[in-house]
Design a protein around this ligand. Structure first.
Ligand SMILES: *Cc1c(COP(=O)(O)O)cnc(C)c1O
Length: 425
């Protein structure tokens, strides 16, 4: 059995423990589920309902006047989130926007920052990047009358899907001045590997390539210093670690050095126009001097309200304490799994703490889907990734150390009932 006293002591000493009470925890037979799926859909903050009701009340009470007279003026409500997002992204407030959706924002950014020429047209990506990124990138390559075969360089990982920084840098240098863009994850959705974004951005600059990051699994999970790291752009979603709810508003970072660059190609819309003249309905587009130049439509007020409620919780939490708890949870979980299950499971996620975030990707072999279903039947929520991986992501905002023991015991009990074939690397 796991050493429960040790885990309970960690919970008792946890300076962030009170935050759990700020969330709705789904129940299993009347008790909170062990919810380790915040990397897929974060839980609902209790403050979200009131934030949404405020907007609904303002709409009911004010109609169109809500654009200026709602408690959170709809006209500017997206700007209220900039400081909170900037803190999480390590960026300037003018570099980050809550807007659109991850993939739509990626298309926006690729339009500006993937500008292939006859000699510089290649794109470097992870072979195992999230499908949406792959489809988006391929569609831009084809939009420029290139083929994936000629333009795409895909880097595959080792047997665990891990790609070392050295290999990434080598690939960048090898492609040299044929490289137009590097599109890379902050944290890989499958392996849980956190990449060295500073090293990647630096190598990109050295060969004169643009660089963009997909931070879907990084925002609200690992420390980011986007202004200093200085990619050209980054995109993220907010319904994973940022708990904004299903289909929540996306995010875009564009580095300050591109603000006000009139030569950049941009898919424009009225919300990207200078607000001083927006309502004089000028006939030609005057881009704002910030990331907001990439906005196209007026803000999705209900989604923004939901994100505001959840960012309120991050605002109050010291980021280094969140990170420290996240790392500790990961190492405790790793130790528990090794102790109780040994080589019945294989961890894909690297152990050095700077190479991971909350998520541990656990290879259990062919039984992975069944194991996830049986975990759920025991009140433990993880997710299955084909063909053989269970992802578990203890998040510092609402998970406890004691839950790590319950997850491990549930997994061990499932094995004891119906052993699976041990995974090989
Ligand atoms: C979750 C996720 C997405 C989702 O894209 P949406 O546009 O929000 O549907 C994209 N990329 C990565 C890496 C993800 O993890």
């Amino acid at each position: 059995m796991t050493d429960n006293a040790h885990l309970l002591a960690l919970d008792a000493a946890d300076p962030l423990a009170h935050l759990r009470t700020q969330f709705h925890l789904p129940l299993h037979h009347g008790e909170p589920q062990v919810y380790l799926c915040g990397n897929s859909l974060g839980l609902q903050p209790k403050a979200t309902r009131a934030a949404l009701e405020q907007e609904l009340d303002d709409w009911a009470r004010l109609g169109v006047e809500g654009h200026f007279h709602a408690q959170h003026s709809w006209y500017e409500t997206h700007l209220e989130l900039r400081d909170s997002l900037a803190r999480l992204a390590g960026a300037k407030p003018t570099e980050v926007a809550a807007m659109g959706s991850l993939t739509a924002n990626l298309h926006m950014a690729l339009t500006s920052f993937y500008r292939p020429t006859s000699s510089r047209f290649k794109v470097l990506m992870e072979a195992e990047m999230f499908p949406s990124d792959r489809y988006a990138m391929a569609s831009h390559i084809e939009l420029h009358h290139l083929t994936r075969e000629e333009a795409l360089i895909e880097l595959t990982g080792d047997a665990r899907g891990i790609i070392s920084t050295d290999r990434i840098i080598d690939a960048i240098r090898q492609a040299g001045d044929s490289l137009a863009l590097i599109l890379w994850s902050g944290v890989n959705y499958y392996s849980g590997q956190r990449y060295d974004l500073d090293a990647i951005a630096k190598a990109a600059r050295e060969v004169g390539a643009s660089v963009g990051f997909d931070l879907a699994h990084a925002m609200g999970n690992v420390p980011l210093t986007l202004h200093e790291t200085a990619p050209d752009f980054a995109v993220w979603c907010t319904y994973k670690y940022l708990n904004s709810g299903p289909g929540g508003v996306g995010g875009l970072f564009v580095h300050e050095r591109h603000h006000g660059d009139a030569s950049l190609h941009r898919l424009a819309g009225w919300w990207g126009n200078d607000p001083a003249t927006r309502f004089t309905m000028p006939r030609t587009f005057v881009p704002q001097h910030s990331v907001d130049a990439w906005q196209v439509s007026n803000a999705p007020v209900l989604q923004i309200a939901a994100l505001r409620a959840s960012l309120g919780l991050f605002d109050k939490a010291p980021l280094d304490a969140l990170r420290a708890k996240s790392l500790r949870m990961g190492s405790e979980l790793r130790a528990l799994l090794q102790e109780r299950l040994g080589d019945k499971v294989l961890l894909l996620t690297p152990e050095p703490s700077d190479e991971r975030g909350c998520q541990l990707s656990i290879r259990v072999g062919d039984a992975a889907r069944r194991v996830c279903d049986q975990l759920l039947a025991r009140g433990v929520v993880c997710d299955f990734r084909a063909p053989d991986v269970v992802r578990a992501a203890p998040t510092p905002l609402y998970n406890t150390f004691e839950e790590l023991g319950r997850f491990t015991e549930a997994l061990a009990a499932i094995y004891d009932e119906q052993p699976w074939e041990r995974p090989v690397c």
